[in-house]
Design a protein around this ligand. Structure first.
Ligand code: SF4
Length: 269
C-alpha cells in the first residue's frame, strides 16, 4: 500500500475549512515562499526524529503512514466532524506533490463519509508548463497528470487555494515560480465545479496594495465556484523555524499586518 510522507498532524483545527478539522501536513514543497511558516515541510526527505527534536518541532513529526492507518485515526473523530460540519484537511508542504497517496486517502474518506478539504498552492511542475489548460493538443504526459488531478477532484469536497500574489511577477518574487500553475488549477476546479475558497496573505508593502486586492476580487468574481475569499494577515510565528534551519528570513523587518487595516480590506472585498 502506498505511503504518504507526513510532517505532522493537528487534531482540532478550526481555521482550515469548515467546522472542526483533522489537519494533515504533508512533507515536501517545491516552492519557497518568503513568509512560509512551515519551512520544515520543504524537504522531500523526512528528518530523523533526533533532528526533529533538535529543531524543537512537534513530537509526532516526519513519518510515513499508509491510508489505512490515517483512516483509523480519522474514524475516531467522526462524531466531532458530523456535529461541527468538519472533516479532514490535507495541507503542507504541498499536498499535490504526493498525488497518488492523496487520491487514495480522499477516496477512502469519501467511503467513510468524511468531508475532504485540500489546502494547496495549486502548484505542480506539469501544470506550470501549460499555457492553455483547456486546449485539445496537450502532450500525453500532461494528459496523464490531468487524469490524476481529475481523479483527485472526484473525492474532493473543498479546495483552499492560495493566491500568493495576483500578479505573476509578484508571485515569482514571493514563491520562486509564476502563477501559471495556480491559475490552471483554478480553471480545472471550475470545470469540475469544485467549491473553492481563495486565500491571500496580506504582507505590508508587498501584497497589500488596493489594486492587487481589486484584481483578486475580479478573479474571484469571474469564477462561479469561488465561494469566498479569505484575507490572512502576514504574521511572524514561523520566523524561529527559519533561524533553526539556518535559512535567511528576508521579512525580518516587516511587521505583522495590522488588524485594523485588514478589516478595511475585508470590508472592501
Ligand atoms: S507553498 Fe506553503 S509550504 Fe510551500 S513554501 Fe509556500 S507557504 Fe511554505
Amino acid at each position: 500500500m502506498i505511503k504518504g510522507k507526513i510532517h505532522s498532524f493537528e487534531s482540532f483545527g478550526t481555521v482550515d475549512g469548515p467546522g472542526i478539522r483533522y489537519v494533515i501536513f504533508m512533507q515536501g514543497c517545491p516552492l519557497r515562499c518568503i513568509y512560509c511558516h512551515n519551512p520544515d515541510t520543504w524537504s522531500f526527505s523526512t528528518f530523523s526524529e533526533d533532528k526533529a527534536s533538535d529543531l524543537n518541532f512537534a513530537e509526532n513529526v516526519l513519518k510515513e503512514y499508509n491510508v489505512e492507518e490515517i483512516i483509523n485515526v480519522l474514524k475516531r473523530y467522526k462524531g466531532y466532524f458530523s456535529k461541527s460540519g468538519g472533516g479532514v484537511t490535507v495541507s503542507g508542504g504541498e499536498p499535490l506533490m504526493q498525488l497518488d497517496f492523496l487520491i487514495e486517502l480522499f477516496k477512502s474518506c469519501r467511503s467513510e463519509g468524511i468531508h475532504t478539504t485540500l489546502d494547496t498552492s495549486g502548484y505542480t511542475p506539469v501544470l506550470a508548463t501549460i499555457q492553455n489548460i483547456l486546449a485539445n493538443d496537450i502532450q500525453p504526459e500532461v494528459k496523464a497528470h490531468l487524469l490524476k488531478l481529475n481523479e483527485l477532484m472526484k473525492y474532493t469536497d473543498l479546495v483552499l487555494l492560495d493566491i500568493k500574489h495576483i500578479d505573476s511577477e509578484g508571485h515569482k518574487e514571493i514563491t520562486g515560480v509564476d502563477n501559471v500553475s495556480t491559475l490552471n488549477f483554478l480553471m480545472l476546479l471550475q470545470k469540475k465545479n469544485i467549491p473553492v475558497w481563495l486565500r491571500y496573505v496580506v504582507i505590508p508593502n508587498i501584497t497589500d496594495n488596493i489594486e492587487f486586492i481589486k484584481r483578486l476580487k475580479l478573479l474571484a468574481d469571474s469564477y462561479a465556484n469561488v465561494e469566498r475569499v479569505e484575507l490572512l494577515p502576514f504574521h511572524k510565528m514561523g520566523e524561529f523555524k527559519w533561524e533553526k534551519l539556518n535559512l535567511r528570513y528576508t521579512l525580518k523587518n516587516t511587521p505583522a499586518f495590522p488588524d485594523e487595516q485588514l478589516n478595511q480590506l475585508k470590508e472592501f472585498l
